[in-house]
Design a protein. Structure first.
Length: 673
């Protein structure tokens, strides 16, 4: 057991945040997720582990935190920079001090073991003093070798053989350039400094790594890299996150905080959801069965208690009830959430949006895009930070002028736009007044109903907007948008500040929405659930995936596999156009070679020529057959009956890729024959 909390309670004033919890890190490289509703105490648990908060002492309760050894604990929110005037490189390299010290000692040990007379010569003691080695006691070669072996293992475990490469990789992954190393910390923005603190934390390699929403504000490629890094991290990780796909990829244990208490589940997030439901269903079934049995026994006792000959039997039934271990009804899921169902005021035309060669940006072009959106489609947009995703949405709602190209909306299109900056909206008005000012013709009951649907109930409507959390401000903005009943939603990171239940609610609302949706999100699980098609934006290309996130995921996996195997033909555009055949000379006139006689030469040449022509003919027949097979498969790909069956479409495309690859190989051989 690396770390353990027993019977811990944490209270703030009169509020109990965590109640009599049990928490364990059972092995040195366990990956643990902590999940629960916003405000349930997840961050408080991390602060308890890091030592930032203390347990509340309760009379009669033995609360204790115990550890094996003295594990180092790293928590991002504890990190700060003492001196903003030093460079990025100087600050980050502070974490390498133990590695550099080990490296120097290893080099010293090599020198000592290579000394000709290391066991008795006075020069050995002088060497030790000159090297700064404090223990000048004479050591045998075996003792030095043992120290070297032990230190080398520690050096390897700390990443001593690859820390420079790891450092450079992290800088690149988090959006920094080699030139940034020489910049002062004061030159970086708040968001960049947070990323630098994160890099510093990862490179310090604590025994217990505490992460609070680590994927916030990271693009998808960086999140995917972080997943791989944490899976390979050979120490314990405790992570609080609402990113369900991230948790599925890295954790093997889930702790849920619900109703101030904690429960442990083995497995990733999806396994936790399944196990929680199974446990709930079993407890409810057992509770109902026991209640029914108690009712039966009680009925027998009541019926026969007044009959002298049956009193003994009746009492035995009551005793059986008394000796039962009562199975309580399970606590209901804490799944209180907003209700966001609404019907658009109007139905739009079938063609909702047409975009052609649209150049987006400010002082320079960030990207150029072309796509169209039909009624009922849900277009998800993903890609790196700063690539132009939000700028694209702002351009489509006329907040930013287009640099070139065109876009146009179809008939009866009414847009509801959500900007991620709405989570920073502030006002000294109350929630009810802020909403009412936007819809002054509504009655108070109508206003209260609209706000209640987004969880602003009772006295919560009288809170000042400036006092709302980021998640509450998002809900207020959505309440205003939904009240307009648009038929097209354009949403920029709508799930930021939402907990998992809120995300699931929005997923359901958008998938049931009869209108059209365009949205930007870094939450891959959300994108996968909602998007029917996907726009992927990179520095050098913009790609449309007609079959959504599954198609994108499959292509990325295939690409990674190809890169690993050295296959460079996958994904290339293959054309079956005319290729000019180039014939090789039949003979070889190199000096020094024996030449056949004239008659024999003619016979051999004719035989070889006939053989060659037969082989060429077979290749041409095979090429014709392959091209016919490809045409058949492409017809299947275009068949409307297959349009909604992605798995079948993907299988067909894989077959086309295989046939085209075989055709390319054959055509190359044919051209060289």
């Amino acid at each position: 057991m690396l770390y353990q909390i027993n019977n811990a309670t944490v209270q703030y004033a009169a509020d109990t945040i965590l109640d009599n919890i049990q928490f364990e890190i059972r092995n040195a490289n366990e990956k643990i997720a902590v999940v629960g509703r916003n405000g349930c105490g997840k961050t408080t648990l991390l602060k308890l582990i890091s030592g930032d908060v203390s347990m509340t002492r309760i009379d009669g309760v033995d609360s204790v935190i115990s550890t094996t050894g003295d594990p180092s604990i790293g928590y991002l929110k504890q990190l700060s920079f003492d001196d903003d005037s030093i460079t990025l490189d100087a600050e980050i390299r502070k974490v390498f001090a133990p590695i550099i010290s080990m490296q120097e000692r290893l080099e010293e040990l090599v020198g000592l073991m290579n000394t000709a007379d290391y066991s008795s010569d006075a020069a050995y003691s002088a060497m030790l003093r000159n090297s700064g080695y404090c223990d000048i006691t004479m050591k045998s070669h075996e003792e030095l070798a043992a120290e070297y072996t032990k230190l080398q293992e520690e050096f390897r475990d700390l990443g001593g053989y690859y820390y420079e490469k790891e450092y450079d990789t992290m800088l690149k992954r988090f959006g920094f350039t080699p030139e940034d190393k020489s910049k002062k910390l004061s030159d970086f923005s708040g968001g960049q400094r947070t990323k630098l603190a994160f890099i510093k934390l990862l490179l310090s390699k604590p025994d217990i790594l505490l992460l609070d929403e680590p994927t916030n504000h990271l693009d998808i490629s960086t999140i995917e890299w972080l997943e791989g890094y944490l899976k390979a991290y050979n120490r314990a990780v405790v992570v609080v996150s609402h990113d369900r796909m991230f948790l599925d990829k890295i954790v093997d244990t889930v702790y849920e905080i619900e109703h101030h208490r904690m429960r442990r589940y083995n497995g990733n997030y999806s396994t936790f959801v399944k196990l929680k439901k199974e446990a709930y269903d079993k407890q409810l079934k057992d509770h109902n069965a026991q209640a029914k049995e108690i009712e039966r026994l009680q009925g027998i006792a009541d019926r026969f208690m007044g009959k002298p000959t049956k009193v003994s039997m009746a009492r035995s039934k009551l005793k059986a009830i008394e000796h039962m271990d009562v199975i309580e009804a399970p606590d209901r899921y804490d799944n209180k959430t907003f209700r966001a169902e609404f019907t658009p005021r109007l139905e739009s035309g079938k063609d909702v949006l047409f975009v052609k060669d649209l150049a987006i940006g400010y002082d320079r072009m960030l990207a150029q895009v072309s796509f169209d959106v039909k009624r009922g489609e849900r277009l998800g947009i993903i890609g790196g930070n700063g690539i132009g995703k939000s700028t694209l949405l702002k351009t489509l709602v006329d907040m930013v002028p287009a640099l070139a190209g065109e876009y146009s909306y179809g008939t009866n299109v009414e847009i509801g736009y959500f900007d991620q900056q709405m989570a920073q909206y502030t006002s000294d008005k109350t929630v009810i007044d802020d909403f009412w000012d936007e819809y002054p013709t509504l009655t108070q009951t109508e206003v209260r109903n609209s706000l209640g649907a987004l969880l602003f109930t009772q006295d919560e409507v009288f809170k000042e907007v400036s006092m709302l959390s980021g998640g509450e401000k998002v809900r207020l903005a959505l309440a205003k948008i939904f009240k307009r009943k648009p038929n097209m939603l354009i949403l920029d990171e709508p799930t930021n500040h939402m907990d998992i239940v809120g995300k699931e609610t929005l997923e359901s609302m958008l998938t049931d929405f009869p209108g059209t949706v365009i949205f930007v999100s870094h939450d891959r699980y959300f994108v996968k659930k909602v998007a029917t098609k996907l726009l992927y934006m990179e520095d050098d290309k913009v790609r449309l995936y007609e079959f959504g996130y599954d198609q994108y995921e499959a292509e990325m996996a295939a690409q990674a596999s190809d890169e690993g195997s050295g296959d460079i033909t996958k994904g290339k555009v293959i054309s079956s156009g005319i290729i000019n055949k180039v014939r090789k000379p039949a003979g070889n006139d190199a000096a020094g070679e024996d030449k056949p006689r004239a008659g024999q030469q003619s016979y051999l040449a004719g035989k070889e020529q006939a053989k060659h022509e037969r082989r060429v003919k077979k290749m041409e027949e095979k090429m014709t057959a392959l091209e016919a097979d490809i045409d058949v498969k492409k017809a299947e790909l275009s068949d409307p009956d297959n349009a909604s069956d992605y798995m079948k479409l993907q299988d067909i495309q894989n077959e086309i890729d295989k046939l085209e690859e075989e055709l390319l190989t054959l055509m190359t051989e044919w051209a060289e024959s």
